[in-house]
Design a protein around this ligand. Structure first.
Ligand code: PLP
Length: 397
């Protein structure tokens, strides 16, 4: 009997990422790792959730252990709709699909429109998790230059004019992962204009939107969408807890129905228990107050990191100054290889890690960047780790 399994063609694009092995090194407790992308666990509302889960796990609430609607608890959808309406995206619970984090939104959005060989536009660089989610649909990529004001929509116009196979524009307008940059209003308007002109679906990934520490909130691309072509994704991961695996998609009814079928096919529904716990959290507590407690903590860490970079980095290394989110992005001179530097110098001599930037580029990998996380590291270790990084960069460059 031949027991060699013939994998499907779609598995060709599904490969472990090159950074997996590198990040394993980050498990060493002596290491100062800026490689994560996790929220600060000391900010999780543990006491509140403890009480809520205890109050739900009683015989009268056996419904919390039962199957429920695939679209998500109506009460939770209504709460999300209320928040989104307040944020300029007028909607009701019927316009919301509860998903397993924004990540599932990426998976089902790609399944919705991408045929093998179709083109997805992304920022350059973009979120690695999105590339992982899109891979089984076997897309091509048209990465668009991204600067401190987000995706360069003049280049996007050129891409759309010359590439009829574009079926989706994927963007992270706020505090982008990995660069930390935010798309300005002019480009948001230009992007939706272009999507309308070329009849392309837009996936707006707002996973970090509530984590703004400085500056004014900008309108979402969804709020500028007059033709119902934007899927807006959001998440409780960074404002409550990522293990709840709760996010949302807002889209027009036709799109939402189809996304809902794709979700049903993939996992039936989100955890009834976690949805109820989150709904109870939103009923009993003011999540905006909770978010208001998170923000100054992250702002302090961000400022600490940026000021240490200013003090200790060589002039040839630049870094973004994000207004929110979890990351800053380093750019070293062309010719510098951030992966080799980490393996050969930074880890052995400095006991410091980041995520080498090459992996975030969908097509042509630029080796001279790194993503640096500030939310998950204690204050004194931020100063110590960034100083060590600065010293070793100076020595090497
Ligand atoms: C840009 C972006 N989108 C989506 C996600 C997925 O988040 P979740 O599935 O936990 O909501 C992340 C996670 O870090 C992210 O950085």
């Amino acid at each position: 009997m031949n027991n060699e399994i013939q994998f499907s063609e779609r598995m060709e694009g599904v490969r472990p990422s090159a950074i997996r092995d590198l990040l394993k090194l980050g498990d060493d407790p002596g290491l100062i790792s800026f490689g994560g992308g996790y929220p600060d666990p000391s900010l999780f509302p543990i006491q509140e959730l403890n009480q809520i889960y205890s109050s739900l796990l009683v015989p009268e609430r056996s419904d919390v252990l039962q199957y429920t609607s695939s679209n998500g608890l109506p009460g939770l959808r209504a709460k999300v709709a209320h928040r989104l309406t307040r944020d300029g995206m007028s909607c009701t619970e019927n316009d919301i699909l509860i998903i397993q984090g924004a990540q599932q939104g990426l998976d089902i959005s790609a399944k919705l429109v991408v045929n093998r060989g179709d083109t997805i536009v992304t920022e350059n660089p973009t979120f690695l998790g999105a590339l992982i989610a899109f891979a089984p649909t076997q897309p091509n990529y048209a990465p668009v230059r991204t600067d401190e004001f987000g995706m360069d929509t003049d280049q996007l116009a050129e891409v759309l004019a010359t590439n009829p196979n574009v079926v989706m524009i994927y963007t992270i307008p706020e505090f982008q992962n990995p660069t930390g940059v935010t798309m300005n209003l002019e480009r948001r308007k230009h992007l939706i204009e272009l999507a309308n002109k070329y009849n392309v679906l837009v996936v707006e990934d707002s996973a970090y939107r509530e984590l703004r520490y400085v500056g004014e909130q900008l309108p979402t691309i969804k709020s500028l969408d007059t033709e119902g072509r934007v899927i807006h994704l959001g998440s409780f991961s960074k404002i409550l807890a990522p293990s709840m695996r709760l996010g949302w998609a807002l889209a027009n009814p036709e799109i939402l129905d189809k996304l809902s079928l794709l979700k049903l096919a993939s996992d039936t529904q989100n955890s009834t228990l976690n949805m109820n716990a989150t709904l109870e959290y939103l009923r009993r507590h003011d999540i905006d107050e909770h978010i208001a407690k998170i923000r100054p903590n992250y702002l302090r860490k961000l400022n600490l990191m940026l000021s240490t970079m200013r003090e200790t980095f060589p002039d040839e290394v630049s870094f973004t100054e994000p207004e929110g989110g979890l990351f800053t992005w380093l750019t070293c001179p062309v010719g510098f290889d951030a992966t080799n530097f980490m393996k050969e110098t930074l880890l052995p001599q400095g006991k410091v890690a980041y995520v080498p930037g090459a992996t975030f580029f969908p097509v042509v990998q630029e080796p001279n960047h790194a993503r640096v996380n500030f939310s998950g590291v204690e204050d004194d270790r931020i100063v110590e780790g960034i100083s060590r990084l600065g010293k070793l960069l100076k020595q090497t460059l």
